[in-house]
Design a protein around this ligand. Structure first.
Ligand code: 5AD
Length: 443
């Protein structure tokens, strides 16, 4: 049986965690993770299907990977995750060198699929189904970071946003028991993890009905009591499920980071209705007002789609004015991409591709200017940073503040994984630059 595997991850933070679960499954069975596809006996692409671009990227990558198969005849190539679930056997037709197909939530069976495929010499397929859900409880995880850990609290989505394919790929929402979540986080704390990222498609809709009605806010409060856990993040909350109780926890528990990613998608109530988001522009702005009026400075970031069917110039302008009102610290913005089996396919008012591109460029420039002004105000300030890694430039280190600002600074590699104090000396729309003052241990 093949020994060395390489996983390439596309898409969201949940995919990153799923890849760590797949690696956990394979390592438990005696396989070894390698750093490069050229060394691997097994290459797995863990994929995304949220936009067509993400799907095309994987097909292109499969084309590139084929060369390894020419050199190593026994190489096994697999496609797993959301795109595998959505495209199914179409993938085998377009890329016959693929021999494993598995949907999301199949991390625990990947090794057995590999074994079966190698023994039979035929492709093996295992798709997720709502009737036969996989366990959400503790599974082996081979984590990529020793200080920060993702933790699944729920999976799947019960919302029906008309543009979104995720309910189809990840299925109905399932909730992990709070006692099991807390057990995992206690174990992580004992191993030296300091930052936890709670993950779920609509993470704040969490409610453990089996165990004393533990709400999302109550779960955060319990996690904040675990010794050693200094930072708690979560992704992504759904605006309609944002409660006063959640805000109260974010304000009173300093372990809960003062940043929230609150996807708005559009600033126009007409478009929000067509997207079936379940809130109006005014209702969203009311949540933002509460956050901004709270006693703790909380950064807000968002996701935006431009060019949704029926989006007129004035709807797009509503989105621009919403950016002005909210003053987001960050925004991921995308051109609307029609997805299979979604309701938005039936909507009139398609926006031409060039117009989508124009709106995206205008929006991104507008947001860059907002971020520039927000980050400008950090010059001269002293911030606490959890150091993550060498920066891309390789000459400096990079880390994040509690409110999710990326901070780059020069310092020794021994600081990686530590909390340090940094004085901000320079800024750009996307990051801050500073000088290392001291590590927390020295304070
Ligand atoms: N087209 C464009 N963007 C989309 N997203 C989800 N579905 C689509 C789509 N069909 C975006 C949303 C979501 C983010 C993860 O991806 O902004 O919040």
């Amino acid at each position: 049986m093949a020994k060395k595997f390489f996983i390439e991850t596309f898409g969201c933070q949940m995919n990153v965690l799923d890849s760590e679960k797949i690696a956990g499954n394979l390592c438990c069975k005696g396989m070894e993770a390698v750093e490069s596809p050229s060394e691997a006996d097994v290459i797995l692409l863990n994929t995304c299907s949220v936009r067509d671009k993400a799907v095309q990227k994987v097909y292109a990558r499969l084309g590139e990977i084929k060369q390894y198969k020419n050199v190593r005849k026994n190489l096994v190539i697999g496609v797993v995750g959301c795109m595998a679930q959505l495209e199914g056997e179409k993938i085998l037709k377009r890329a016959p060198h693929v021999s494993i197909l598995a949907g999301p939530q199949k991390s625990h069976v990947i090794h057995s699929l590999l074994e079966k495929s190698v023994l039979s010499g035929t492709p093996k397929i295992d798709m997720r189904s709502d009737d036969n859900p996989s366990p959400l409880e503790i599974v082996p995880i081979r984590r990529g970071n020793r200080r920060r850990a993702g933790v699944t609290i729920s999976e799947g989505c019960n919302r029906r946003c008309t543009y979104c394919v995720v309910p189809e790929t990840r299925g109905k929402e399932r909730i992990r028991s709070s006692s099991n979540i807390l057990m995992e986080i206690e174990n992580l704390a004992a191993e030296g993890y300091v930052e936890i990222m709670l993950l779920g498609q609509t993470v704040n809709s969490y409610m453990d009905l089996k165990e004393e009605n533990v709400s999302f806010a109550a779960l955060l409060r319990r996690i904040a009591q675990i010794k050693g856990i200094e930072r708690i993040r979560f992704a992504s909350p759904y605006p309609s499920d944002f409660t006063d109780e959640l805000l109260e926890v974010m304000v009173s528990c300093t372990q809960v980071c003062n940043h929230i990613h609150l996807p708005v998608q559009s600033g126009s109530t007409k478009i929000l209705r067509a997207m079936r988001r379940g809130y109006t522009r005014e209702e969203y702005l009311e949540i933002v007002r509460k956050i901004k009026d709270s006693e703790r400075p909380i950064s807000i970031s968002t996701d935006i789609i431009v060019g949704f069917p029926g989006e007129e110039e004035r709807d797009f302008e509503d989105t621009l004015t919403l950016l002005d009102l909210v003053q987001y610290d960050g925004a991921f913005s995308f051109k609307y991409s029609p997805r299979p089996n979604t309701e938005a396919l039936n909507l009139d008012g398609e926006v031409p591709e060039e117009e989508k591109s124009r709106r995206l460029a205008v929006l991104q420039q507008h947001q860059r200017e907002i971020q520039y002004r927000i980050n400008e105000a950090y010059a001269g300030r002293i911030v606490e940073v959890l150091v993550d890694a060498r920066a891309r430039s390789r000459v400096s280190l990079t880390g994040r503040t509690s409110n999710n600002k990326i901070v780059n600074f020069d310092g020794p590699e021994t600081l990686i994984g530590q909390f340090v104090t940094v004085k901000i000396t320079d800024f750009s729309p996307n990051s801050l630059k500073g000088a290392w003052i001291q590590s927390k241990a020295l304070e």
